[in-house]
Design a binder for this molecule. Structure first.
Ligand SMILES: *Cc1c(COP(=O)(O)O)cnc(C)c1O
Length: 359
């Protein structure tokens, strides 16, 4: 079911960023945004693309007080042959609806949502940057928007899609990161919202992230919220380890975000013949492997960085180097294979890319 989308084009188009090497992440926004509203009487209605602008919001709006917000993160790529394409967008749409279910927000029709994404990306196609490694980051998000302070499931919601041209995550090529294993704060617990992509999970993670940054680390590696014993994920990425030839990644137990990059890496690794174990991995097992050298490689996976090598781990005031603080060969191979498909450099044998329009 498609939503009927009205389009109001801006009369004041902005200048496109002149230097694509300085785009960074999420700082520049395109000319338009998508909006639609939901209420229990009308369902989703008033689907529209309008000039990018501030959102008017009632001071009692649910999202401002009780954090009823979910989001997605995906990218549109300008491929080698000049097409604009999306990477596995249906996976994002299904996850958005799973997040909506957890936070009592309304679901969106899957085909209708795909049509929304393709319509705004096609309208903004000139904003998809050209340089290698760049892309148009797409941020769909939804929030509860009831204009009163009572605490209950929402009757009014707003769905918005904004787009931001983003630079290469690693302008100088893949670089190993320093990761701090966090043993005080936790991000999520089973039964909570860990598997949902919601703003609240990030609010709870900021303190540990800041602490790690102050100590010179890039991101935090979270342990489970009950025993602080099992590895969960890294900041905004899932995490994988190559231990003695086997790839181990934390199982999706409910407190880990089910990443689409994670899923794609697992599928590729298995097709290449690597043993992949999705299971509980204790921090003790990981640290023992780091200490005795059987931890061969470690990397994070997520839409923003795609694959991010880990060169350094800290735990309990001790430091461990992984892969000599260099990019492991399997990490590099995964990065090349995945970005190769996304940028249309290698054949998409998995049928992961979704054509949007000619560039
Ligand atoms: C979005 C996200 C990921 C990565 O998911 P992808 O679909 O691969 O981008 C991992 N962890 C958290 C907490 C996230 O929010």
């Amino acid at each position: 079911m498609k939503y009927e989308i009205s389009i109001t084009k801006t009369t004041e188009p902005k200048a496109k960023p002149a230097d694509e090497s300085k785009l960074g992440f999420g700082k520049v926004f395109t000319d338009h945004m998508f909006l639609m509203e939901y209420n229990t009487e009308k369902g989703w209605h008033d689907a529209r693309i309008v000039p990018f602008d501030y959102l008017p919001i009632h001071p009692a709006s649910t999202v401002l007080h009780y954090g009823a917000e979910i989001f997605e993160g995906m990218k549109a790529y300008r491929t080698q042959n000049g097409d604009i394409s999306l990477f596995r967008p249906m996976e994002n749409i299904r996850r958005l609806n799973n997040s909506a279910d957890r936070l009592c927000l309304p679901k969106i029709d899957e085909e209708g949502c795909l049509d929304i994404l393709k319509t705004i990306v096609a309208l903004e196609k000139d904003w998809v940057p050209h340089e290698e490694g760049t892309s148009l980051y797409i941020r769909p998000f939804m929030f509860g928007n009831d204009p009163h302070l009572g605490v209950h499931a929402v009757h009014n919601a707003t769905f918005v899609v904004i787009c931001s041209p983003v630079g290469a995550y690693y302008p100088e090529g893949l670089a190993p990161t320093k990761i701090a294993i966090e043993s005080e704060d936790v991000r999520a617990v089973r039964g909570g919202t860990g598997y949902a992509k919601c703003g609240g999970n990030y609010a709870a993670s900021l303190r540990a992230g800041q602490k790690a940054e102050d100590r010179g680390y890039t991101q935090v590696l979270w342990l489970d919220g009950v025993e602080r014993k099992y590895i969960e994920e890294v900041g905004s990425m899932n995490v994988m380890f190559k231990i003695n030839g086997t790839i181990v990644t934390p199982a999706l137990t409910g407190s880990v975000l089910p990443g689409i990059t994670r899923k794609s890496c697992v599928e590729m690794l298995r097709s290449w013949g690597y043993p992949v174990e999705e299971r509980l991995l204790s921090v003790d097992e990981l640290i023992a492997a780091a200490a005795d050298g059987t931890l061969e490689e470690a990397w994070g996976t997520g839409t923003a960085a795609v694959v991010s090598p880990i060169g350094h781990l800290s735990y309990d005031n001790k430091e461990y180097t992984v892969s000599d603080d260099k990019i492991g060969s399997l990490t590099q191979k995964l990065y090349d294979a995945l970005t190769g498909i996304q940028w249309g450099k290698v054949e998409d044998t998995y049928h992961w890319c979704e054509f949007v329009c000619k560039g």
